[in-house]
Design a protein around this ligand. Structure first.
Ligand code: 9MR
Length: 450
């Protein structure tokens, strides 16, 4: 199909798109308990990277449609996917994502037009003048096809080097066209779709460092000379080697102060439990503290499809369960998982919950010490109840950090001082039992939370 035909047919569906957006807005008004609706309450979008190949998986699509208000195609708009041979554009996979997003009233971020990676092999050998022509034609091809349909475009991606130099990264564009290729790409992009926000996007620029200083200087220069740029994307791929910087908010703010929007574009944080949740909270709070931070995008729906799946860096586990990090983000966004609203009953599958696990912490011939650890689920909880069934012969002589009531050999334990728990946080109670001839372990029943 030629690009022109596709452009006309995309434009013809615009009325349907507007209707879908209205439906989604009405839905979010009554359900302030999802990432997208909570972020909307803060005047922000909350997005995710999406792969077209997973849209047919019902749990994937259901989680995406329920929670997110923006999507970024993870690979489908890149140069190798859209113009694998010169002048021949293929939009099948990218269109699938855009069509899905529009049917759900979601925004679309375009990613990415000019990048040294995922380039088809025909690009690198081109001579300077030909490369310039090809770059502009690629920008025009993509932005023309999606004209009026993309909220923000990552026009240039990752053009600066890591390390302390603040230099531009070597790439066919840099090496043949020099520093000016970035400016040229932005000018071409503005003309191709004046309605789209034009972003520069990079990683390891999340705190103040030589690389972010170099990007800062470029944005400042662009603003002073009237080169069109509207936003800077901070990818925000974090792990123990690259933690959330302590000056993250300050860095976002100094870019915003140049007169551009800032967006968190590819957020993921390796880890688990309350530590991961706390890091996510820091990121969300930083964005909310900067009025020009217009939205956040996590780099995938579920840990199992993450580019760093081994590091479980996302908000939903491989079975699409909400992780403690999910509750933390929702809470930080002021959603109904917040500390003032634990166990929201209008939130099916997202109520207050806890788990209880048992370990024997000391053992001697006539007795033992047992410990039960209570861990809150994806929402903060105000209280918990756990049952422990002891073998018939055994008896408990003392119990600490909990309040027991007895029914036969079943003890029901409630908190003494340690009822409220943050999402993913843990407490424990302990007890001393006499074996009276039975060395068997007690069984811990279901933990209930409120
Ligand atoms: O998540 C993307 C992964 O599926 C691709 O294999 C990879 C190829 O380079 O790109 C990943 O996305 C990258 C994004 O486009 C730019 N910033 C870094 C992301 C993670 O590598």
């Amino acid at each position: 199909m030629s690009m022109i035909v596709r452009r006309l047919s995309r434009a013809a569906t615009a009325g349907l798109v507007a209707a879908a957006a209205l439906t989604a807005a009405a839905h979010s008004a009554e359900a302030a308990d999802t990432l997208g609706s909570a972020a909307a309450g803060q005047g922000r979008y909350f997005g995710t990277a999406v792969a077209a190949s997973h849209l047919g998986e019902s749990d994937y699509a259901a989680t995406l449609d329920r929670e997110f208000s923006s999507v970024t195609p993870e690979n489908e708009m890149k140069w190798d996917a859209t113009e694998p041979s010169r002048g021949s554009f293929t939009f099948t996979s990218a269109d699938r994502i855009v069509d899905h997003a529009q049917s759900q009233g979601m925004d679309v971020r375009g990613h990415t037009l000019v990048w040294h990676s995922q380039l088809p092999s025909w690009v690198s050998p081109l001579g300077a003048q030909d490369l310039r022509t090809a770059m502009n034609a690629h920008i025009n091809g993509l932005m023309g096809h999606y004209k009026g349909e993309i909220h923000s475009w990552d026009v240039v991606n990752e053009a600066f080097q890591d390390g302390g130099s603040g230099a531009r990264r070597s790439s066919p564009f840099q090496d043949k066209l020099g520093d000016g290729f970035i400016e040229e790409a932005f000018r071409t992009a503005r003309a191709a779709d004046p309605a789209a926000k034009l972003c520069y996007n990079d990683y390891n620029t999340d705190g103040v460092n030589a690389k972010s200083n170099a990007v800062y200087d470029m944005v400042k220069d662009f603003k002073s000379r009237g080169v069109p740029i509207d936003c800077v994307g901070f990818q925000s791929h974090f792990n123990s080697n690259s933690p959330v910087p302590s000056d993250y908010r300050h860095n976002l703010q100094r870019f915003a102060d140049l007169g551009v929007d800032v967006q968190i574009t590819e957020l993921d944080i390796e880890g688990s439990g309350s530590a991961q949740a706390a890091d996510y909270t820091k990121v969300v709070e930083a964005c909310l503290a900067v009025s020009r931070c217009t939205g956040m995008t996590v780099w995938g729906v579920t840990d199992k499809y993450s580019w760093r799946s081994g590091g479980t860096p996302l908000l939903f586990d491989g079975d699409y369960n909400e992780k403690p990090a999910y509750g933390a983000v929702l809470s930080a966004l002021g959603g109904s998982g917040g500390p003032g609203d634990p166990g929201d009953p209008g939130d099916p599958g997202d109520g207050a919950s806890c788990t209880a696990t048992y370990t024997r912490t000391a053992d001697w011939s006539s007795g033992y010490n047992g410990q039960v650890t209570i861990t809150a689920g994806a929402e903060p909880i105000s209280s918990w109840t756990a049952t422990v069934t002891l073998p018939a012969q055994q008896s408990v002589s003392s119990l600490w950090n909990g309040t027991p009531t007895w029914s036969g050999n079943v003890m029901t334990v409630r908190p003494s001082w340690n009822g409220p728990l943050a999402a993913g946080a843990s407490t424990s109670f302990g007890f001393t039992a006499a074996k009276n001839g039975s060395d068997a372990a007690p069984t811990v029943g279901t933990c209930t939370a409120s």
